[in-house]
Structures are given as C-alpha cells and as structure tokens.
Design a binder for this molecule. Structure first.
Ligand code: THG
Length: 374
C-alpha cells in the first residue's frame, strides 16, 4: 500500500459517513466519482476474513447516482445501455453496461427504476452525468439529468441480512437479489436493495439525506455488536476472487462488452432504441482479445503499481500478448490472482502466460474454485 496522504477539498468530496469512517480507523482511500472511497481498515487479510465471516458497513457514497426524471427518462436510460430495460420492474435494478455509439464501455452501473418516469444510474467511476446530459440535449428529450442527494451505504457479509432486518424490519427477508423496497428509518423513507459489490451477500441502503447518515450508521453498529459488525469497504481481494469487475481498472472506454465478458448483459436482438446497439451487433463476432483470469503460484511480486502504468506486459515466449489489469492475493487459495486482457490467439491452448517472471495458464472469469485448488 502506498502511504502518501490525500488532500481533500470540495472537489474531492468527503461523504456524510466520513466522520465515522475516520473514527473507525480507515487506513487508505481511493477517489471514485470525485469522492472518497475507503479501501482499507485493518490489514488486507483481516478485512477479507472479517467480510467472509461477519458483517461490514461500507461507505460507498462514491457510487454516485445520476437521476433521470421526466417523461423521456426511460427513453434516455435505454439510449445509454444495450441491455433491454423494458421489463425492469419498479424498485428493481439491473446491472447494465453504458456504451457509446461505437460500442465502447463508458460505465457499468446498476440501473434502478424508481417509477415509470424516474431512474437512478448507480455509477462506477466515470462522468456519466455529462454523457447523459449531452444525449438529452442532442435528442431534445424532456428529462432532467442530475446527481441527487443520495448516499449508498452497503451492509455486506453473511450476517448482513440479520443486521438489516434488525434495523428495517422483517420485510427485508423477502427482498430478492437486485430488488428493493422503500423502507423507513426514523421516519425517513429510503430505497433498500439486496445488492452489493461482494459475493458474501448483503444489502445497499440508499440514504436520501446527509442528516440521517450518522444516526443510521450508529444504529447499525449498536444493533450489530453481537454480530461483530465493523467498518469495511469494497475488498479488492474478495472481488477478484469472486470475478466482480471494476470499471477503469479491468475495463475502460477502449474496450467493448464482448472483450470484457459482459455478453450476457446485452440484448442485441431486442427491438430497442439504443445508441450502441448497431455497432455492437456488427462487432460481436470479431473480437481479438478477451479479459481472462490468471493465477500465479508463489509469493506475489506484482505490487508496485508505479511499474504498471498502462498495465504490465504479458508475454508468451517473449512476445507481448496483452496487459495486466488488476491483481490481488487470494487468501482463500493462496495464489496471486489477476485479470488481464489477452489476444484470443493465445487462449486456445495451454500457453504459459508470463509477467514479471511469474507464469499462469488462463482461467475464465469468474474463477472456478476447483481449478484454483490445484
Ligand atoms: N452497487 C451500487 N452501485 C455500484 C456498484 C454496486 N456502482 C459501481 C459498481 N458497483 C458497478 N458495477 C457492478 C458490477 C457488478 C455488480 C454490481 C455492480 C454485481 N454483479 C453480479 C455478478 O456479477 O455476479 C450480478 C449481476 C447480475 O446478475 O445482474 O453485483 O455494487 N449500488
């Protein structure tokens, strides 16, 4: 971990939970959507096992919402994603890539339908508000595009459901994956969904004003004491093991959804008006590279990020075949795992892919645990 400190200003925004995050002993932040996002509390290893065994409260306010509101809100949402949104139910979310007219990925939000004329795009790290606003102006749409006062708080881990039910009531148990309910805390209504950026299960609470943020945080900690609740954050080790992709890290605006394995989140045969759909239909059979997993034996030696601006080179027999995108130690499998973009020519056989003197065959994302055991 790099130990330089970060200068925070109105431009690099704190969140309504930051006070408690600091009191909980946060050790590192990243900046995400121009806002602080915690990345470590105790050690990487303690954070990981605690998430897998107990329950953590995550300040993910940096997953900013862009709200589309008005008669053309659904039309604008559909223009931005090649995933068919017509059957999205109210209070349902869908993981949906946002793509431009050439089919390149601009973001990979969860798109949530709050009403027929009201949507939230729960964003990864890129300025989608500007893109949405540009489309709204260019297409002369009758829709407002803005970032509302909403601050997501994630409760993740095997005991998350119990804790969220203690705070919001028993109806929490009936919420299905990527569905939500409007539930009340101290008289304030908020959207609570079963989702979150881990594979340990949990919920996300979309806190609708900053005043209620600290009271909610404190009640979660009071009611979760016997569940060993503590502050946590999106966990790089866990999410790579689980195959959850991070926009800007694993994929960016030079990649298509096919190259990133997001095919199942596209509806290319749907009769929808979407900016990218024609380009994606044309590109779908011509991919030359693909995001895959790598698993290296031995101790990790890929930690110095400044050696990897643009991604470390991957080699097969001394020839560059791709680049490293993200990597983390797997505490469960005792291996260094990575995501890498690799020429498909080198994925047909058991090519030994090398980076920095370490080697791996390629794996599908998500990793198959049986294959990592060996
Ligand atoms: N929650 C909220 N907003 C977010 C994220 C989140 N914004 C940023 C980022 N995460 C968006 N990216 C993702 C990526 C993966 C998932 C969610 C958001 C995810 N994927 C599941 C999977 O891959 O198994 C399921 C996808 C599906 O089947 O629809 O959960 O986490 N609010």
């Amino acid at each position: 971990m790099n130990s330089k400190s970060l200068s925070v200003s109105r431009r690099v925004r704190a969140t309504p939970f930051s006070k408690r995050v600091e009191q909980a002993g946060v050790q590192a932040y990243t900046v995400y959507n121009h806002m602080l996002l915690p990345t470590q509390f105790k050690s990487a290893e303690e954070d990981y096992w605690h998430l897998c065994e107990h329950v953590q409260v995550w300040d993910v306010a940096a997953e900013r919402q862009v709200e589309l509101k008005g008669p053309d809100a659904a039309k604008l949402a559909q223009l931005m994603t090649p995933r068919d949104l017509r059957r999205l139910d109210t209070l349902q979310g869908k993981y949906a890539p946002i793509c431009d007219e050439q089919g390149f990925i601009f973001n990979d939000p969860i798109i949530i339908k709050l009403a027929d004329d009201r949507f939230w795009l729960s964003l990864a790290d890129s300025d989608v508000r500007l893109f949405a606003k540009g489309l709204a102006i260019g297409y002369e749409l009758n829709v407002e595009v803005f970032e509302p006062e909403v601050y997501p708080l994630a409760v993740q881990g095997p005991k998350a459901e119990e804790l969220v039910a203690r705070v919001f009531g028993e109806s929490v148990h009936a919420i299905r994956f990527f569905r939500g309910e409007i539930l009340s805390f101290e008289g304030v209504d908020m959207y609570v969904a079963r989702s979150g950026w881990s594979k340990q299960g949990g919920f996300e609470i979309y806190v609708p004003n900053p005043e209620i943020a600290l009271p909610l945080w404190d009640v979660l900690f009071e009611k979760g004491r016997d569940l060993h609740v503590r502050a946590g954050c999106p966990n790089c080790n866990e999410r790579i093991e689980a195959g959850l992709l991070s926009y800007g890290g694993d994929m960016d605006a030079f990649d298509t959804p096919f190259e990133c394995g997001l095919d199942s989140y596209l509806d290319l045969n749907a009769d929808i008006e979407s900016l990218s759909i024609q380009a994606l239909r044309e590109k779908q059979h011509t991919i030359t590279r693909r995001l895959v997993g790598l698993a290296f034996h031995g101790e990790p030696n890929l930690s110095d990020v400044f050696n990897y601006v643009g991604g470390a080179d991957l080699l097969v027999n001394g020839k560059k075949v791709g680049e490293l995108r993200s990597q983390a130690w797997s505490f469960k499998f005792n291996k260094q795992l990575a995501f890498a973009m690799i020429d498909t020519d080198y994925l047909d056989n058991n090519d030994c892919i090398e980076v920095d003197g370490m080697s791996s065959i390629f794996h599908e994302i998500p990793f198959n645990p049986d294959k990592l055991m060996t």
